[in-house]
Structure formats: C-alpha cells, structure tokens
Write a protein that binds this ligand. Structure first.
Ligand code: GDP
Ligand code: MG
Length: 222
C-alpha cells in the first residue's frame, strides 16, 4: 500500500522532506552546514533563521537537488532544540518523509536525548512507523563520549533503525547518514516492497550497535 502522496511541485519536481530532530546543541545545524559544504557545493542552498547567539530560532533549511536527477529535490530542515521552541518543532515536523534523529554523545546530554526523542514520538504518533527513521550519534570525537549502545538504549526504540556514529564538525559519517536517508526516503515512497526488504537488511547491519534488549524484542516483533 502506498500510504503517502508524493509531493510534486508546479515545475514537476518530486519533493521529499527530511527533518533533523534532536536536543539543543546536539549538532544539527553544523551537520547541515557540513552536508552543504562538503558534498553538494553550489547545487544547494542553505537558509538559517538564528538568534543573536547563533542558536537556531525557527529552523535551518537546505535544499538539495541531486545533479543527475534534477526533477528530485530534498528539503532538509532542522528543528530548534531549546525547550521553549516546542511549537516550532511540531510545525517543522509536519509532513516529514524521513527523520534523522541527531543524538549527542556528551554524557550530560543523555536525558536531553531521551526527552527530545520522546517528544518527537509523541508529536508524530503512529506516523513514525510509516516513515524512515535514522539515528546519527553525534560528537563521537568527545573524549568522554558515551558508548553508542548506552545512548541508544534509553531511547527504547521499538524497531531497528540505521545508526550512524558521526562527527559533524569534521564531516565524519555525515555523508553516509544522508546517503542512506535519501535512499530510504525514495524507496519508501516509490518502492515500498523493496523498502520492506531493506528493513530486513538494516536489522542485520546495525545489530552490533543496538542494545541486546531491543534485538530480543525485535526478533519477535518484526
Ligand atoms: N566536539 C564536537 N562538537 C560538535 C560536533 N557537532 C557540533 N558540535 C558543536 O556543538 C555546538 C552546537 O552545534 P549546533 O549545530 O549549533 O547544534 P544544534 O542546536 O543541534 O543545531 C557547536 O558549538 C558545535 O561546534 C561534533 O561532532 N563534535
Ligand atoms: Mg541549530
């Protein structure tokens, strides 16, 4: 069953909306800048609405048009992470085709990661299970970065998702994260049966990063 409508603009472009969700300061804005500078050069455009201290006020917005498929555009948004911007986060999430949850490896951010993830789940409701979800575990360069499993565990995922260790400031893992996000988003829209098969592959590939409880649960559920 094709659940979502594909948005086609007046110029005949297929548009996909990807949202980077996560707590304040987890690295979403840096990641988007890295995506633009490192991989897509002049083919993209970045818009930011910031507060005077450089924090995201409304959202950052990047459009990416793959060179060889000019009829496709990815609209990538970040949410403002600060608690008082909850309303904006809800608005930005609206109509998302894919979510990249950007978690922070800083031990102090552990509760913030969980809070933010639960908030997103709450906003999206059942929709979350119908669109691709990826997790970027960012700031892997911190000397006291928590182990990936320790960060993923408390999120209490109820399905297996691709997990990418990233360092947004250096670009490490960022390209891989976005390539997979683009691929899964398009598969989910255009080839739902292939997408279902991909979920099986994902289950195997990311096993080593996932908490054992989730694996046990997933083997029964999926
Ligand atoms: N050490 C380290 N710092 C990072 C990394 N990514 C982002 N930061 C820093 O974390 C802070 C918040 O980043 P920002 O992208 O504004 O976070 P956002 O609130 O999620 O948009 C900035 O000072 C960044 O330089 C990373 O991978 N490693
Ligand atoms: Mg930001």
């Amino acid at each position: 069953m094709v659940y979502f409508m594909v948005v086609i603009s007046a110029t005949g472009t297929y548009r996909f909306k990807i949202v980077l969700y996560g707590p304040s300061l987890s690295g979403k804005t840096v990641m988007l800048n890295t995506v633009q500078k490192t991989f897509f050069g002049k083919k993209s455009k970045l818009y930011s609405i910031e507060e005077p201290d450089g924090r995201t006020m409304y959202f950052d917005y990047l459009v990416i048009r793959p060179e060889k498929a000019s009829k496709i555009a990815f609209d990538i948004y970040t949410v403002p992470g600060q608690k008082r911007h909850a309303r904006q986060r809800r608005i930005v999430l609206n109509g998302a085709d894919c979510i990249i949850f950007v978690a922070d490896s800083d031990p102090q951010a552990l509760p913030e990661n969980v809070y933010s993830f639960n908030e997103m789940k709450n906003y999206l409701g059942g929709l979350l299970n119908k669109i691709p979800l990826l997790v970027a575990v960012n700031k892997r360069d911190l000397p006291d970065a928590l182990p990936v499993r320790v960060i993923i565990g408390p999120l209490k995922l109820d399905r297996i998702v691709p997990i990418f260790p990233t360092i947004a400031i250096s670009g490490y893992g960022v390209k891989e994260t976005f390539r997979e996000a683009f691929r899964l988003t398009m598969l989910a829209k255009f080839f739902p049966s292939i997408y279902e098969k991909e979920l099986e592959r994902i289950k195997k590939e990311y096993k080593h990063l996932l908490p054992k409880e989730l694996l046990k649960k997933a083997l029964i559920k999926l």
